[in-house]
Design a protein around this ligand. Structure first.
Ligand code: GTP
Length: 597
């Protein structure tokens, strides 16, 4: 394909504004797929994704488009994941493009995610084409959206009005892509540089890496090197997605496609890494590579200790496909053997948990999410603590730093008060407030990441009746007055219930947490005190009353044989419990911290 006939572009949008639907229509309009072949949403092809209605894995499709004067163009559409957890992946997909369609719902207008994506697209120097979608809706207000475009520095006259649902405006979109998006530059005769923007693991072919050729070309038989990991492989097959995999002889500068090279592990094909020719390597890799950095951690423990090996195998398998999932063995006095796992964010964490339970049939206890604290000790050593149970004793600590984020909240102006109150209660520092139009406001806050992982977004949605949108990026570490809150059940400390909280709210949290635990932990034959303590000093206490003896109820005391317990667990559906000392603690208790406000 001649370089000036290639256009590489992506679609960026806030969730539900119609990115996948628009992509589907473009594929149909270019006869890349027929309507009949079209699975409901071709670009979202994992069940879990479809169920949750979000796109997790970026992918690429090649389309052929003939202009009215019959010139054929090759258009590569690169799909981008639509969630804050995957910002880095989005940035790499954008780096593989020269242009972006910015899809905005004509009824909803610009939202936090839209803004975040625009900034990423501008950083990547992309030509942005605004697309105002869903104009078929009775509530559509394209003029209002155009005004918002002016506010964010885009030209409203460039906007294309579409209804992806009804297939309106597709020809115009393709025409604009050809006209506005610059062709790729780069030199075919230079050593190979290809940017990996996604990869997936196939049990038969190994890792399939998706990339954009930035310089040179790649073909079967070539020896390639991954510049970040310094690993070499022999290319078996290269090809494009049109929309299924089509092997080709060569992919040259500007093109987008896949490579199969007997790579056994996605960690050798990291998103953002540069593929080069091992025998004629590039001097330096493409800019912008970062190794995957998990931000949120939790403990995963099998309810049945015998499932430990299965859990390890399952994590091994999931990691083959997901280089940003980390895990290492961990033991808890309360929960036994398990793994401390790291995730890009809360959504990523939920997805992995769900897959473990569904695809591997595991019953798991998960502990509350935590972030990485930097603990500076008296002896000048710094330790990173990702499990609250491992926080050093207070007398050894000089000071603690926690991760901070810059958070952008967008909401209707009638909810500004509630939004600000919530952010302030979560130790937020006000940074900026702007009116986007008469009734929509953008708030910017500095917030501790730990406050966000504890259900911030859900609470924000509930105080704004679902109208607020939210986005964040890590801004660095800051010193904070933090303490470890221990929880004792029946006088025994339960390490897996420990959490790290700000000193000012420790009493309040201790109080509420013990109350919640009292709700969640079933009554035993004896009374059970539940206490919260800081450095062994009890600061809050609740008592779970004993069950009355004559009541015939299911008994979760320590006297039930293992078999019967399992049978009962099965009967009770997914009632996950873990025996801790003489008390059985259910899954909800480990997440109780998420439920206090
Ligand atoms: P994520 O993959 O979660 O980022 O969502 P998305 O942006 O891909 O949105 P998607 O294409 O899944 O569309 C979201 C919803 O809007 C679906 O129910 C679509 O049927 C609907 N939708 C998309 N385009 C239009 C449109 O032009 N008009 C109307 N009325 N509905 C649309």
């Amino acid at each position: 394909v001649s370089q000036d006939r290639i256009r590489n572009f992506c679609i960026i949008a806030h969730i539900d504004h119609g990115k996948s639907t628009l992509a589907d229509r473009l594929l149909e309009h270019t006869d890349t797929v027929t309507e009949r072949e079209m699975e409901e949403q071709l670009l979202d092809n994992m069940d879990l994704e479809r169920e949750r209605g979000i796109t997790i894995k970026a992918q690429a499709v090649r389309m052929k488009y003939n202009t009215s004067d019959d010139v054929e163009y090759t258009l590569n559409l690169i799909d981008t994941p639509g969630h804050v957890d995957f910002t880095y992946e989005v940035s790499r997909s954008l780096a593989a493009c020269e242009g972006a369609l910015l899809v905005i719902d004509a009824a909803q207008g610009v939202e936090a995610q839209t803004l975040a994506n625009i900034y990423l697209a501008l950083e990547a120097d992309l030509e942005i084409i605004p697309v105002i979608n869903k104009i078929d809706l009775p509530s559509a207000n394209p003029d209002r959206v155009k005004e918002e475009l002016i506010d964010i520095g885009l030209d409203p006259y460039e906007a294309i009005l579409t209804s992806a649902k009804e297939g309106i405006g597709m020809e115009e979109v393709l025409k604009k892509v050809v006209k506005q998006v610059p062709p790729p530059d780069g030199d075919k005769d230079k050593p190979l540089k290809a940017l990996i923007f996604d990869s997936l693991y196939d049990p038969y072919q190994g890792v399939i890496a998706y990339y954009r050729v930035m310089e040179g070309s790649i073909k079967p038989g070539m020896k390639i090197k991954m510049m970040a990991t310094d690993k070499t492989f022999k290319v078996e097959e290269v090809g494009t997605f049109a929309p299924t995999m089509q092997p080709t002889k060569e992919l040259s500068v500007g093109e987008v496609g896949y490579v199969i090279a007997s790579v056994k592990d996605v960690s050798y094909c990291q998103v953002g890494d540069t593929i080069t020719n091992a025998n004629n390597p590039a001097d330096e890799p493409l800019p912008g590579y970062q190794s995957a950095k998990p931000m949120v951690f939790c403990g995963l423990y099998p309810v049945d200790g015998d499932d430990y090996e299965i859990l390890r195998d399952a994590l091994d398998k999931l990691q083959l496909n997901d280089a940003s999932l980390t895990y290492e063995p961990e033991t808890s006095e309360a929960l036994g053997f398990g793994y401390r796992c790291g995730f890009l964010g809360l959504l990523h964490m939920e997805i992995i948990q769900e897959r473990l339970e569904r695809e591997y049939n595991l019953d798991l206890i998960t502990t509350a999410p935590s972030v990485i604290y930097k603990v500076y000790k008296e002896d000048d050593e710094m330790v990173k603590v990702e499990n609250p149970a491992n926080m050093p004793e207070r007398q050894y600590i000089d000071y603690i730093e926690e991760p901070f984020v810059k958070a952008t909240i967008m909401l209707p102006d009638e909810y500004v008060g509630q939004g600000m109150e919530l952010a302030q209660n979560r130790r937020g520092e006000f940074k900026d407030m702007q009116y986007l139009d008469e009734d929509r406001v953008k708030l910017v806050y500095g917030l501790p990441l730990s406050e966000i992982v504890l259900d911030f977004f859900d609470q924000l949605k509930s105080v704004t009746r679902g109208y607020a949108t939210f986005d964040y990026e890590l801004s660095g570490y800051r010193e904070a007055d933090l303490v470890k809150l221990d929880i004792l059940v029946n006088k025994d400390p339960v390490d897996a219930l420990s959490c790290i909280v700000h000193r000012d709210s420790a009493y309040e949290i201790g109080n509420q947490l013990t109350k919640k635990l009292k709700e969640f932990i079933p009554q035993q034959m004896f009374k059970v005190p539940v206490q919260a303590a800081i450095s062994r000093k009890v600061i809050a206490r609740q008592t779970i009353r004993a069950k009355r003896k004559n009541v015939l109820q299911k008994c979760y005391g320590g006297d039930v044989s293992r078999k019967r317990k399992l049978l009962e667990q099965q009967k009770a559906g997914k009632k996950r419990m873990k025996q801790v000392g003489s008390v059985e603690i259910p899954q909800e208790a480990f997440m109780a911290i998420l439920e206090i406000d």
